[in-house]
Design a protein around this ligand. Sequence first.
Ligand SMILES: [Cu+2]
Length: 131
Amino acid sequence: MKRIIMILTAIVLLLTIGLASAKDYEITKKSGDYTVQIKIDKNPPITGENKMDIAIKDTAGNNVTDATVDINYGMPAMPGMGAMNYKTTAGLKGDRYLATINFSMAGPSYINIKITRAGKSQSVKLNVDVK
Ligand SMILES: [Cu+2]
């Protein structure tokens, strides 16, 4: 009986750890004057739809809400397959920019976030391994 309780406890612990590491993909990157916080609701991102949530802060720590945020994503060319490139524009909701990106294939992919404001652009690039 004691043994079963120990095994069950171990299983519960493992599940808890598994769930904790299965949380959103989250990364913060600096780009020029901006601090860009990026979240993706799948970790790792998956083939199909992934929701992205981007927050941009200026040097004073204020949210930037007057930028155009274009997202280019896809996969470099691989044997027997040309490069795949997709584009979407994130829409502002509150003080965050939201977008849905749709990967058509698993494997090493890129996400390039271009922030344009007052005619000036800065980019943040992520490399992800789509599952
Ligand atoms: Cu491919």
